[in-house]
Design a protein around this ligand. Structure first.
Ligand SMILES: Cc1ncc(COP(=O)(O)O)c(C=O)c1O
Length: 382
């Protein structure tokens, strides 16, 4: 049987990984500055994570949401402690898109409305409502186009006011730092306006933290740079360090009802155990503070790169923008220098989303490689 061919693949076959390094079948070592789309938070195969999951698997890997699972409450308490969002409530699922579906559905139940406001260059996933609020027509099938979504630019408070005041909208969904779109951020004023206008016109504010959450940007959630209280917060990627787990945090204003949301796999024993291990390591290794210092270090070093147009993002969710398309540069980095980086909707931007255990020495290596790759590309162009 052939695989359904939807992914353009790099010709690298990892067989094992440790912390920030990946090894292929010939034991070639690759530096992972992409974390498999921001998924690897505490480093590949962290010993605490491996031990916890192994032990849990030997005891009980899975049972359904029809029985008591105390690990879910432990996870809720640990997320509450690290995010300081003690009064929010946790619903668990398995992926980012599923978290978005549940967030939008809940907003619609709560407000009894069905339209949504999303933003230019947003990415929220590929399932039904998630892809409809994603600003990418080529991945929206006719089926998805049934959803009623209005796309607005960031920072246009007037357009947001005029749209919300129709009182037709169940939700405004935003990324505090856009991931796939290319690291754009709304201004502080706009973030406060989103919060107050949603309150005024009875819509829910949804912070999509699927990529930026779990301490990647120097606060537990990226939106927490601004003191606002979204109605719903979505999370996934870094939450399980590779084990599929997602979730939403729900403001107490939104009331739960039996049967309103549900899933077979979400919140299973192994998934909770993986996420609890991630939270242990984030706390014990003081990772949130390290991401701030490392982000500064990266930005300082990036100043040395000739011809760089812009350095975007914060913490360890970073982007380097050039005045040319970076596909060839990224190939050179992976095949010659053995460094994984990411692309984005902005073809001129390299995304840097390393495991949060990355060190200064890894960035030093990266910038040496980047200079050399840039020189080689320029030689070709001459
Ligand atoms: C901000 C954001 N939201 C949602 C998603 C969808 O997550 P998943 O791929 O786990 O469905 C992504 C994936 O890249 C994302 O970056």
């Amino acid at each position: 049987m052939k695989l359904f061919d939807v992914y353009p693949l790099y010709n690298v076959t990892p067989v094992r990984a440790k912390d920030v390094y990946i090894y292929d079948e010939n034991e070639t070592e690759y530096l992972d500055l992409y974390g498999g789309h921001a998924v690897i938070s505490i480093g590949h195969s962290h010993p605490h994570y491996v031990k916890k999951i192994k032990t849990q698997l030997e005891q009980l890997g899975f049972y359904s949401n029809a029985i008591q699972n105390p690990l879910q409450q432990r996870l809720a308490d640990a997320i509450g402690e690290q995010s300081c969002l003690h009064n929010y409530e946790l619903f668990l699922c398995s992926t980012g898109a599923e978290a978005i579906e549940n967030a939008l559905k809940l907003a619609s139940f709560h407000t009894q409305r069905k339209k949504v406001i999303a933003f230019h260059k947003s990415f929220h996933g590929r399932t039904s409502a998630a892809v409809a609020v994603t600003d990418s027509p080529s991945i929206n099938a006719p089926l998805n186009q049934q959803q009623e979504v209005t796309f607005l630019p960031f920072n246009d408070i007037e357009a947001l006011t005029n749209t919300l005041k129709t009182k037709d909208y169940c939700a405004v969904i935003f990324e505090a730092i856009q991931g796939v779109g290319g690291l754009d951020q709304p201004s502080d004023d706009f973030v406060f306006a989103m919060e107050s206008l949603c309150k005024k016109y009875g819509s829910c504010l949804i912070a999509d933290e699927v990529q930026s959450g779990f301490s990647r940007t120097g606060t537990f959630f990226a939106y927490q740079k601004n003191k606002i209280s979204p109605h719903i917060i979505t999370m996934a990627k870094g939450m399980g360090n590779g084990f599929p787990i997602g979730g939403i945090l729900v403001h107490p204003e939104i009331k739960s009802k039996h049967g309103m949301l549900g899933t077979t796999f979400g919140g299973n024993h192994l998934a909770c155990c993986a996420s609890l291990a991630v939270l242990d390591v984030l706390k014990e290794e003081n990772i949130q503070e390290r991401t701030i210092a490392l982000g500064h270090y990266f930005k300082e070093k990036a100043q040395e790169i000739p011809g760089l147009k812009n350095i975007k993002g914060r913490g360890l969710m970073l982007g380097l923008e050039f005045d040319f398309e970076v596909a060839t540069l990224r190939k050179e980095l992976i095949y010659t220098h053995h460094i994984f980086t990411g692309g984005s909707g902005n073809k001129n931007l390299i995304r840097i989303l390393p495991p949060l255990t990355v060190k200064e020495k890894h960035f030093d290596l990266f910038f040496e490689a980047l200079k050399s790759a840039l020189n080689k590309i320029r030689e070709y162009q001459v």
